[in-house]
Structure formats: structure tokens, C-alpha cells
Ligand binder design. Structure first.
Ligand code: CA2
Length: 146
């Protein structure tokens, strides 16, 4: 079975190290470990990435098209700015789940716009690190059905 691609956008490498009052105390490694546990439960494979660079994220999305069954993406600071990431997602023709650790709709108005949502099959926001677990579970059900 093809792996699920999990992509984390800019500054998410700082999770747990800065601004714990906003993003909590779990690090990105903790989230990856949670995904490992859940994926093994579900019997699915995944690949976990983080990049601060828009072009690298686009390359990862393009590369997923042939090799992966779906994409789970926390676009972070590119959520409200990147039409290029939206275009790559639309071209991928894969199920996409958009994840945000925080509920972007309770935060500043400029965080409410998500270009990524235009390509997303499902959106999870505000569930903290557990959002990645929910996304993996839903993606696993989606790709099993396909
Ligand atoms: O809630 C989320 O997951 C976000 O995607 C996180 C982004 C933010 O721009 C989105 O509006 C919502 C920010 C990621 C930066 O992560 C940091 C973690 C620790 C310290 C500083 C930044």
C-alpha cells in the first residue's frame, strides 16, 4: 500500500520550544511519534516532513502524486498566502487533509483565509496535536475505500 505523506510548513520545527501558550508543549518529534503509534495501529505507512521553504513543500506535493495515497498538510504560515501550494495540491489529484493545531477561526482575521482549503477533502483545526491522529485515521479510511 502507498504511504501517506504528512507535510509540515514553516516554523513548525519550533513547536514545543517557543510560544507554548499558543501551540502547546508537544514538539514536532512528539507529533511524529504519535503518528508512528497510530499508523501502526491502522496498518498504514507514512512519510513525515517539515520545511520552511515554499518550493520544497511544492516539490514534496508533486513527488507524492505518483508514490503516495494521500497528503496531510499543515501549511502553517503559507495557509493564507500560497496559491502555488494550492495549485500543486489541485494538480496532485490526491485526497488532502488540512490540519491546524489551533482553531484558526478563533484567531486573527487574517488567519481565517486558507487557500489550501480550496483543495482540501477535510479540514481539522483546533484539536492540537491530536488533529494529526484524526487526520491519519480519516485518511486511512478514505484510501481504504478508494
Ligand atoms: O495552528 C496551526 O497549526 C497553524 O497552522 C500554525 C501556524 C500559523 O501561522 C497558522 O495560522 C496556524 C504557525 C506555525 C508556527 O509554529 C510555531 C510554533 C512554535 C513557536 C512559533 C511558531
Amino acid at each position: 500500500m502507498k504511504p501517506i505523506k504528512i507535510i509540515n510548513g514553516p516554523n513548525l520545527n519550533l513547536l514545543g520550544l517557543r510560544e507554548p501558550h499558543v501551540y502547546g508543549s508537544a514538539t514536532l518529534s512528539d507529533i511524529e511519534a504519535l503518528c508512528t503509534e497510530i499508523a501502526s495501529d491502522l496498518g498504514v505507512d507514512f512519510e513525515f516532513h517539515q520545511s520552511n521553504h515554499e518550493g520544497v513543500i511544492i516539490d514534496l506535493i508533486q513527488e507524492a502524486r505518483e508514490r503516495c495515497s494521500g497528503i496531510i498538510l499543515n501549511p502553517a504560515g503559507f495557509t493564507s498566502t500560497s496559491i502555488a501550494i494550492l495549485d500543486a495540491l489541485l494538480a496532485s489529484d490526491l485526497p488532502i487533509i488540512e490540519v491546524h493545531i489551533t482553531n484558526i477561526h478563533r484567531r486573527e482575521e487574517w488567519r481565517h483565509l486558507s487557500y489550501v482549503s480550496k483543495a482540501a477533502t477535510a479540514i481539522i483545526a483546533g484539536a492540537g496535536p491530536q488533529g494529526y491522529e484524526l487526520a491519519l485515521r480519516h485518511m486511512s479510511a478514505l484510501v481504504a475505500r478508494s
